[in-house]
Design a protein around this ligand. Structure first.
Ligand SMILES: Nc1ncnc2c1ncn2[C@@H]1O[C@H](COP(=O)(O)OP(=O)(O)O)[C@@H](O)[C@H]1O
Ligand SMILES: [Mg+2]
Length: 241
């Protein structure tokens, strides 16, 4: 995205001239306090803004060369998997084990992918009995099946217990570093994403105040940013003195 400005009807600008590039095979973490515009940014990238949620958009936002603001939502959705803060059940309802298996077979893919990413037992339970973490896994399984290389996750840790977070980290690692997906994750805090993050961007009041690779982030600025927890500070001081 380049010089992206967004405002909702009747509000001031929520994003103010954002320039951001997320690359293939990378986990890019978008950090920022509440209200900084993280969700708005993801909504633009997946086409929800302006196609579902009305907003004024200036500047450009592209996914794989497609102008997501001026392209129909169905077309954008072919390239992007968006996991909002709360996953609506309807998104994953049609996904059942047999269907996933069939899709894999038709695509000539290794069935073991399914077992790697998602216990088959989960896929056989009714969707309304599944936790957010389980839904998330099923939804992300679609990435492997449908080859949507861009994955947007909005604060996934909020609804996950610590062990599910570890699982998510392993999964993001696979997605980006083995399957080459572009992964953009928003969070308040880096903590649990430290093992997997490649790039970090900090958004404050709709503007990017820092962007670069994780190593530089930790060594240069970690201790000065208020949005980081003591864990990151300890990690950073151990690693870089
Ligand atoms: N649909 C909406 N209509 C009007 N204002 C909105 C809407 N969604 C978000 N906002 C406002 O936009 C600002 C940024 O929100 P958001 O993108 O959700 O930030 P974050 O995800 O970083 O918490 C906030 O001030 C919020 O109140
Ligand atoms: Mg948000």
């Amino acid at each position: 995205m380049s010089d992206l400005w967004v405002r909702y009807p009747g509000t001031d600008w929520v994003l103010r001239g954002v320039d951001l590039t997320a690359e293939e095979s990378e986990v890019h973490v978008l950090l920022g306090p509440c209200g900084s515009g993280k969700t708005t940014l993801l909504r633009v990238l997946c086409g929800v803004i302006p196609h579902v949620v009305p907003a004024e958009v200036r500047g450009t936002a592209q996914v794989l060369g497609t102008d997501v603001v001026r392209t129909p939502l169905e077309e954008v959705a072919q390239h992007v998997v968006y996991v909002p803060e709360e996953v609506p059940a309807g998104v994953v309802l049609p996904v059942v084990y047999d269907e996933l298996r069939l899709t894999l077979l038709l695509a000539g893919k290794d069935l073991r992918i399914l077992e790697q990413v998602c216990a088959t037992e989960i896929l056989q339970r009714p969707v309304d009995e599944l936790s957010y973490g389980e839904l998330l896994r099923i939804l992300l399984t679609k990435v492997f099946l449908e080859e949507r290389p861009v994955v947007l996750l909005d604060e996934p840790s909020t609804a996950l217990d610590p062990s599910s977070r570890c699982e998510l980290v392993r999964f993001l690692d696979e997605l980006a570093h083995r399957y080459g997906a572009t992964v953009l994750v928003t969070e308040h805090d880096l903590d649990y994403l430290l093992p997997v993050a490649d790039k970090v961007t900090v958004l404050e009041s709709g503007r990017i105040t820092w962007s670069g690779d994780l190593e530089t982030f930790l060594s240069d600025v970690a201790r000065q940013l208020r949005c980081l927890s003591p864990l990151v500070k300890v990690f950073s001081s151990r690693r870089y003195g």
